[in-house]
Design a protein. Structure first.
Length: 159
């Protein structure tokens, strides 16, 4: 569901999501984030499956940075908050923050750069207008240098 320009997605932590220490395994956050992004696109009316089927394109993660701040545990109900920081013709920068439901302190903050590529040639490809507009309308316009989670080499989006 959307709350302003932020997309909120809830996910429950199951036993399969945890490591031997009983906390959410680090790579699990990437799976949760992927689900949240897919549901955001679906809620915007521009599902990823349609982008693949009709346009022969898909998104790939070009860069991901995760800051693990506090652990999530078995049976926690997490809220993944997805924000589009910037959007270009064939790329986007997003921030996805993980919270325990009802809490305000982030557990994990993921910043990533996405690129759209053609299925056949595996090269960057400009997004169709509908997808481009949907992402641009959500963008909050934070430049790379203004976001502490993007420092350390995240590139800007193309036009």
């Amino acid at each position: 569901m959307f709350q302003g320009k932020k997309f909120l997605y809830e996910v429950r932590v199951y036993f399969e999501d945890t490591d031997a220490g009983g906390i959410v395994y680090h790579a699990t956050y990437l799976r949760f984030a992927e689900r949240a992004r897919s549901e955001m696109l679906r809620a915007l009316g521009v599902p990823h499956a349609e982008l693949v089927a009709r346009h022969g394109m898909f998104f790939v993660v070009r860069r991901a940075k995760l800051d693990y701040l506090r652990p999530a545990r078995l049976d926690d109900l997490l809220v993944v908050v997805t924000e589009v920081l910037a959007s270009g013709g064939a790329s986007a920068r997003l921030r996805q923050s993980f919270y325990r439901r009802g809490e305000t302190a982030a557990l994990v903050v993921l910043t990533l750069s996405l690129a759209s590529i053609g299925r056949e040639n595996q090269r960057p490809a400009r997004l169709p207008e509908r997808w481009r507009r949907a992402m641009t309308d959500l963008a909050i316009g934070i430049p790379s240098s203004g976001d502490p989670h993007l420092r350390g080499g995240a590139s800007g989006c193309d036009g």
